[in-house]
Design a protein around this ligand. Structure first.
Ligand SMILES: Cc1cc2nc3c(=O)[nH]c(=O)nc-3n(C[C@H](O)[C@H](O)[C@H](O)COP(=O)(O)O)c2cc1C
Length: 341
């Protein structure tokens, strides 16, 4: 299918294309890419693609909304570095709940150095499921990650001591619960351990090492048993930095906004040379999510759990072509005088 992208507001067609490519580089559960974009003459619309929700892990599409929130931040940043202000509206039309946001390029505004740094991190951010170096993440950088979450109305709790041990127990419990669910396992296997030429789902090369019984945090097998056996002694870092990203509400808007905050944290980490991976079981199983909320004091809604550290570079996980996820309003017809109607 041919995709004809037109200029929108102050953005050239090439800048619109770059913004869409930035948007689809966002992370999503199992690389499901649960989004669609529609370009009108005035704005880029972000829609949920509910067919791509991971039904068993994400029955209420909370993680779908996190992924779409991440795509929204990427879109905003890509428009900013084009020197244009992105006027973003979340859930602009209550009668169309799948229209999650519109972003209207509105007026010229120079990008800040921070916009540029975060936008440059978009293509460099990849989920890294491999062991990280045993080096600790310095305190100023931990604070920077917290501030990144707070800058987008999120909350980042960095756990240590008994709270960290409690989280690990909850994570293992959630993991066992999911593996005991035949429906979950069947759907999981549809999305992971894919061949190298896949355009969605997780290819074996992105899976990280095959899980082993001594692993404490990274438990999921994204290689479906096909990943190469681990080099002896190459275990996970003994003291990973584990954070819970939370929101103050749990509405659709709050979950979408939490995705924006999550992505700002991930891009801040990437810009600072950190690698990251997700540990989502604990927020996918309702009982453990409730217990995690209590563990955090009962006033934030845990949305995702992230592990940070210094890792070796990993390759990008593929994306579907823009033609598969973008539709465009036809450009206005030209009149004989060359003007457009
Ligand atoms: C809401 C959400 C939950 C995720 N949960 C996990 C997880 O539990 N474990 C994991 O290794 N990756 C998880 N991921 C990462 C995705 O698998 C990853 O984003 C996707 O495969 C695309 O790869 P990329 O992040 O390298 O671009 C999650 C991503 C999102 C957005």
């Amino acid at each position: 299918m041919n995709l004809h992208i037109s200029p929108i507001g102050n953005l050239t067609a090439d800048q619109v294309r770059k913004a869409l490519l930035a948007a689809v580089a966002a992370p999503s559960l199992c690389n499901s890419q649960p989004w669609r974009f529609h370009c009108t003459s005035r704005a880029i619309e972000l829609h949920a693609d509910n067919e791509r929700r991971i039904r068993t892990a994400d029955p209420e599409r909370r993680e779908l909304l996190l992924a779409c929130g991440a795509a929204l931040l990427n879109l905003r940043l890509a428009i900013r570095i084009a020197g244009v202000h992105p006027d973003a509206r979340i859930l602009p039309d209550r009668t169309h709940p799948d229209l999650l946001a519109t972003v209207r390029p509105a007026g010229l505004r120079p990008a800040t150095p921070l916009d540029r740094a975060l936008a440059a991190a978009i293509p460099r951010r990849h989920t890294n499921r491999r062991p990280f170096l045993p080096e600790p993440v310095p305190t100023p950088l931990r604070n920077q990650l917290r501030q990144a979450a707070e800058g987008e109305r999120g909350w980042l709790a960095i756990l240590d001591g008994t709270r960290l041990a409690d989280l690990r127990r909850l994570l293992h419990r959630a993991h066992r619960t999911q593996l005991a669910d035949a429906g979950f396992v069947a759907e999981w296997l549809e999305w992971v351990g894919r061949a190298p030429d896949t355009s969605d789902g997780v290819p074996v090369r992105s899976s990280g090492p095959r899980p082993e019984p001594q692993d404490e945090w990274v438990l999921r097998d994204y290689g479906a048993g096909k990943a190469a056996p681990r080099v002896a002694g190459k275990d996970f870092e003994p003291e990973p930095l584990i954070c819970v990203l939370g929101s103050f509400q749990d509405s659709v808007t709050a979950q979408l906004q939490a995705g924006v905050a999550m992505q700002r944290v991930l891009l801040t980490a990437t810009d600072a040379g950190l690698s990251a991976s997700f540990l989502s079981q604990v927020v996918e199983v309702p009982a453990t999510r409730t217990e995690l909320r209590t563990l955090l004091g009962g006033w934030v809604w845990p949305q995702t759990v992230l592990r940070f550290g210094y890792g070796s570079p990993v390759r990008a996980t593929p994306r579907r072509p823009l033609e598969d996820v973008v539709t465009c309003e036809p450009a206005p017809a030209a009149t004989p005088s060359g003007r457009t109607n």
